[in-house]
Design a protein around this ligand. Structure first.
Ligand code: HAM
Length: 419
């Protein structure tokens, strides 16, 4: 047993799953660009205060899950637990509000939460994240959902459900919270211990408690959508209209509130049917107050993020394997006087022409080298023995159909190009 293992809740991404990762991240990048989103990558760590203020005290992320530390210069920093607050910080810092609106941004990268590890839940995970900043039109909410939906579709994920809700704004939410508090206080003794605490700190979180008794109780709780002000109700109607236009099916989920404090109006999650609706593969919503909270002018915004490990888990469950687009490997086999020098030169010219090539090490027999080439899944063996070296030729063997031909070493790139 090795002395060290990857830290709990983290995982190595081994070579055999790299094609799936490449497929997922390339699809994300391509779908985002196609919808007019530009890439912006922020640092892995930020000032702790950014997330405390942005995501909110009283949320699980801020209260329990942040990797926070004081660095050697005395700065309080946190490994980013999410992208939205960081992207808004970058938007303000670089004056992006002066450009055309909405400012549409995406990012892909690792995030960190000290969560309880289990299938699909990690302490380091990757997200594909999109944000549209500076536009209140409900069509933008629908577009953000469309980007997520398109991404899942192009990967070949099926049986996904979109849950949608509106949780109002600072104008109408207090009325709703009063009603929710009154309802919950009347059932106080039936609430789980956590929810009894949440009632005072963050009552909205009662709605998505995982305890079955609380869930049963909350099924009868007042609905956020019954308390929306005229502006929020109109906005919600607009989002549903555009989702209809885009042909994206959804279900209203009155208990959907999301775990971050910055949301206003629209909230949504995408859930795979197979997990019984337990863990969302993606989620997002509108956050019209966040930019102002971070020191900017009042600026409406909406976004989503999807966890790539969860996406990959679902692709693996569905048996989706991306088609390999990588060119076949050329394995340079060599034996005899002068063959090693010719082998290294040949490998260099093959690589310069754009094909992957490896040279055998360690003076093995031709048979052992061929075994190695097959074990590596090489498409070609380029064989150099003394006779080839003297004649300036190479024997090229196709390892799929075993066809063999002898050609000048200088012609190998042109020959590979034909196949
Ligand atoms: P979130 O719901 O906290 O939202 O995370 C989005 C997605 O990240 C989740 O649906 C899940 O797929 C993945 N995820 C979260 N935590 C973990 C974990 N511990 N392990 C594996 N995957 C995880 C946000 O982060 C918001 N910033 C989304 C957003 C963008 N809202 C507006 N704009």
């Amino acid at each position: 047993m090795a002395t060290f293992q990857a830290p709990r809740g983290t995982a190595d991404i081994l070579p055999d799953v790299q094609p799936l990762w490449r497929f997922v991240t390339e699809t994300a990048r391509e779908v985002a660009l196609r919808h007019g989103y530009a890439r912006l990558d922020t640092p892995i760590f930020e000032a702790t205060g950014l997330f405390v203020r942005g995501v909110g005290e009283g949320t699980d992320i801020v209260d329990k899950e942040m990797y926070s530390f004081r660095d050697k210069g005395g700065d309080d920093l946190t490994l980013r637990p999410e992208a939205t607050a960081a992207l808004c910080r970058a938007y303000l810092e670089h004056g992006l509000q002066n450009g055309p609106r909405p400012v549409k941004l995406f990012t892909i990268g690792p995030f960190f939460r000290h969560d309880k590890p289990q299938a699909g839940r990690y302490r380091q995970f990757q997200q594909f994240n999109c944000e549209a900043i500076g536009e209140i039109d409900p069509a933008v909410d629908a577009e953000i959902i469309q980007v997520a939906w398109r991404f899942y579709r192009e990967l070949g994920l099926h049986d996904l459900a979109l849950a949608l809700n509106s949780i109002g704004c600072p104008k109408c939410r207090p009325n709703y919270l009063d009603a929710l508090r009154a309802y919950s206080e009347a059932h106080f003794d039936d609430l789980c211990h956590d929810c009894q605490g949440r009632l005072a700190r963050n009552p909205l979180r009662l709605l998505d408690c995982k305890n079955p008794r609380c869930q049963a109780l909350m099924a009868g709780a007042p609905k956020t959508t019954d308390y929306l002000c005229a502006e929020c109700a109109d906005h919600f109607a607009g989002v549903r209209r555009f989702l209809g236009i885009l042909g994206i099916p959804y279900q209203i989920d009155h208990r959907l509130v999301r775990g971050l404090d910055y949301y206003t109006k629209t909230v949504f999650e995408v859930l795979p049917a197979e997990t019984g609706g337990q863990s969302a593969i993606g989620g997002g919503g509108r956050y019209d107050g966040l930019i102002e909270q971070l020191g900017g002018h009042p600026t409406p915004a909406v976004g989503f993020a999807t966890g790539l490990e969860r996406v990959i888990l679902n692709l693996q469950r569905q048996g989706v394997t991306p088609e390999s687009t990588a060119p076949p490997l050329v394995y340079v086999v060599h034996r005899g006087a002068g063959a090693d020098e010719a082998a290294w030169q040949l490998a260099r010219s093959i690589r310069e022409a754009g094909w992957p090539a490896v040279v055998s090490f360690g003076g093995r027999s031709i048979k052992a080298q061929m075994r190695n080439a097959n074990a590596l899944g090489a498409g070609w063996a380029a064989i150099l023995q003394e006779n080839e070296v003297q004649a300036g030729t190479v024997t090229l063997r196709n390892l799929r159909d075993h066809a063999e031909e002898v050609l000048p070493q200088s012609k190998i790139a042109a020959r590979l190009r034909r196949d």
